[in-house]
Design a protein. Structure first.
Lengths: 281, 405
């Protein structure tokens, strides 16, 4: 059984608070800098009040191999607008001036971190107020690259588990994971198919046999109803592509963000939050 | 420079060549990657697998192909004695088929029923579509829309062979995007699908597996040179994109200290112009992580991957196989480069002096031969891997020479 080695961090405190409220959490994903730094910061700053309990902030990468079309497009928009790892950390710093409690987990691919330098990146991330990392292309086989240095630096390393993670692999996958476990509910890419409720129920039950950490479920959750279904059984529901798509809908053909887009995205997050909060009512 | 007892023992059990290689893939793929590794290890130990592969390489591919003494070119350059390893005479016209035969036999052994692959210039796509037709397996080839537009004949070839060619519109629509899309397909269809990677890159065990399947090139050169000259060659030259023909030629000779080796990268419009103008990952890039392995990459300061450029679509990839990165760092292999212009000149010289139209990829290797051979003594035995034939390139060459077809 793995337990959280960073038990006093924001992630652990947030899940403890959710448990006390007897409800699941809503984890929202946006790509840092999408579609431009100002709009992205406004969305990020508004997420807690809209009902996000934890925030995954995507670090844009040119080659997001595990992501579907929505998140790929959002990464390219952000890069085109000049987003970098440094600016992503700066967004977190700005966010922390107004919010000291909502956990932020950076999500992305290894190469931009590798280029920044692992130790300098971890120091800068911790200083900026980052609580955890999800790095898609670092399986437990490559733990020495970032996972172990991150844990030493006091940054959680949230592991992905998938329908293909078998019983034999599970202890290895759980070994150095911290904060929570992210269950990818389909074998596939983000924002495409959705798993059935029975499959998710079974998967969460299986994970709970292997860990005391909270289990968040994501990939394919598009509506408040689907989020509510997941929130019945999981400790948190993760929504990414649907939010990013909502944001993309607010961009017109010339790349200009229509007025009201930030409010619309946050309104959608509010609906998702309502679904999640009512799930065990 | 580090002196090692052997350069041929890599990778280690975790797929590392020094700091390079590894298995940087999403968790969904990891169990499958481990399964491929196990199946490959077992297949190598099984004489029946080796036997079927040898049989197909002989009867279907047409191996061994000749080690040909390029007499007129040798005379013209006035130095080293130049041999061509004639991979362009293989069925489908390039070395790519060697690897595809090996991988499809492995896929069948694993009980997989569907094949996917990525392609840039279309040579690996054609080779994959060919073995899929031979073994009656459904085949999906991912190809960037930019590449589809400039490689129409190969797109049609793949379709004739029964493959489905899927246009990749994400990113910049070239080889790296095709590889991303193939990985997305694989993640979604892990249960029944085998991914035939075309070059000696990607997550472990692919770099080692592709190298092993391509090592038939170097093994044949060794015995053919023994027969022709009674000794080892003095130098080996091959073009390097991902580097599968080069590693196949070099690997059997890595522990023969007298054999010098040169990999030739694509310098495009010139390395000094910066990473958007060439595709030379070692000469103009730095180590990073992409497509499952750590290796030299074309990337910006922020670790974003850059689109390389080369006149040759087969060398136009922002990375290189991890074993090459290691061989560079330990100093066993030298990595040179040739520009678009030099490759075009070599292409034409080869056609006129030897009556062989080489692939533009192979012409990069030949450009290096043209630079080196005149300075070497006449008893220096130099082998160029003529990795493919140039029929596919005549349209782009004509365009660059200002000729209307």
């Amino acid at each position: 059984m793995s337990a959280d080695i960073l038990a006093d961090g924001r992630i652990a405190r947030r899940f403890a608070a959710l448990k006390a409220q007897r409800r699941a959490g809503l984890v929202t994903f946006i790509t840092a800098g999408d579609p431009d730094p100002a709009v992205s910061q406004a969305v990020l700053n508004g997420l807690p009040a809209a009902g996000a309990d934890l925030i995954e902030l995507g670090m844009p990468f040119t080659d997001p191999m595990a992501d579907g079309p929505a998140i790929q497009a959002s990464s390219l928009r952000a890069l085109k607008a000049g987003m970098t790892v440094r600016r992503t950390l700066e967004m977190v710093r700005v966010f922390r001036r107004q919010d000291a409690d909502t956990p932020i987990i950076l999500m992305g691919y290894f190469n931009p971190i590798h280029a920044y330098g692992v130790e300098p990146f971890l120091a800068a991330a911790r200083e900026a107020g980052v609580d955890g990392l999800i790095v898609v292309d670092l399986p437990p086989e490559e733990d020495e690259e970032l996972c172990i240095p991150a844990l030493k630096a006091g940054v959680s390393f949230v592991r992905l588990t998938t329908p293909t993670t078998d019983e034999a692999r599970m202890p290895m996958v759980m070994r150095n994971t911290s904060g929570f476990v992210y269950y990818v509910s389909i074998a596939g890419i983000t924002g495409t198919a959705s798993a059935s409720n029975t499959a998710i129920d079974a998967a969460v039950a299986r994970l709970k046999r292997h860990t005391d950490l909270p289990v968040a479920v994501g990939f394919g959750i598009k509506t408040p109803d689907q989020a509510a279904e997941v929130a019945r059984v999981a400790d948190a529901a993760v929504v990414g592509s649907a939010i990013v798509t909502r944001l993309a809908d607010g961009i017109d053909g010339s790349g200009t963000v229509r007025p009201g887009t930030v409010e619309d995205v946050l309104g959608f997050v509010g609906e998702l939050a309502k679904g999640v909060r009512a799930a065990r009512g | 420079m580090t002196k090692l007892n052997t350069y041929r023992s890599g990778p280690d059990e975790r797929g590392h060549f020094g700091i390079f290689g590894g298995r940087f893939v999403a968790e969904t793929l990891m169990p499958l990657i481990l399964e491929v590794e196990k199946a490959y290890r077992e297949a190598r130990a099984d004489p029946a697998f080796e036997g079927e592969m040898r049989q197909q390489l002989k009867q279907y591919v047409g191996r061994p192909n000749p080690l040909y003494y390029a007499e007129r070119l040798t005379e013209q350059l006035g130095g080293a004695k130049i041999y061509f390893k004639r991979e362009e005479l293989n069925h489908t016209g390039a070395h790519k088929i060697n690897n595809c035969i090996g991988q499809i036999l492995l896929a069948r052994r694993m009980g997989k029923t569907r094949i996917i692959a990525e392609t840039g210039a279309g040579q690996h796509g054609v080779a994959t579509a060919t073995v899929c037709a031979l073994y009656d397996m459904p085949c999906v080839i991912y190809m960037g829309e930019t590449d589809i537009a400039r490689q129409q004949p190969n797109v049609f070839r793949m379709k004739l062979l029964g493959a489905e060619v899927r246009a990749v519109t994400s990113g910049s629509g070239t080889l790296k995007d095709a590889m991303n899309e193939a990985l997305r397909d694989w993640v979604t269809n892990v249960a029944d699908t085998f991914y035939i990677i075309g070059t000696a890159a990607g997550p472990h065990p692919y770099p080692a597996m592709v190298r092993d399947f391509q090592s038939v090139i170097g093994d044949e050169v060794r015995s053919q040179m023994q027969e022709l000259e009674g000794r080892l060659p003095d130098s080996l030259v091959a073009c390097v994109g991902g580097g599968s023909n080069a590693i196949g030629l070099f690997h059997p000779f890595l522990d023969d200290p007298s054999v010098q080796m040169v990999g030739v990268e694509a310098a495009g419009r010139g390395i000094e112009k910066g990473p958007l103008d060439h595709a030379a990952s070692i000469n103009g890039g730095r180590p990073g992580v992409l497509h499952g392995n750590r290796t030299y990459l074309l990337q910006d300061e922020d670790g974003q991957i850059l689109e390389g450029h080369s006149i040759s679509a087969g060398l136009d990839y922002p990375g290189i196989g991890p074993e090459h990165s290691w061989l560079h760092d330990v100093g066993r292999v030298e990595y040179a480069y040739a520009t678009d212009r030099e490759a075009l000149d070599a292409f034409q010289l080869c056609a006129r002096t030897e009556g062989i139209i080489p692939a533009l990829e192979s012409a990069h290797g030949l450009a290096e031969v043209i630079k080196r051979a005149p300075k070497l003594p006449k008893d220096h035995l130099m082998v160029l891997c003529l990795s493919g034939r140039g029929d596919k390139d005549i349209f782009s060459v004509a365009k660059h020479l200002g000729v209307e077809l």
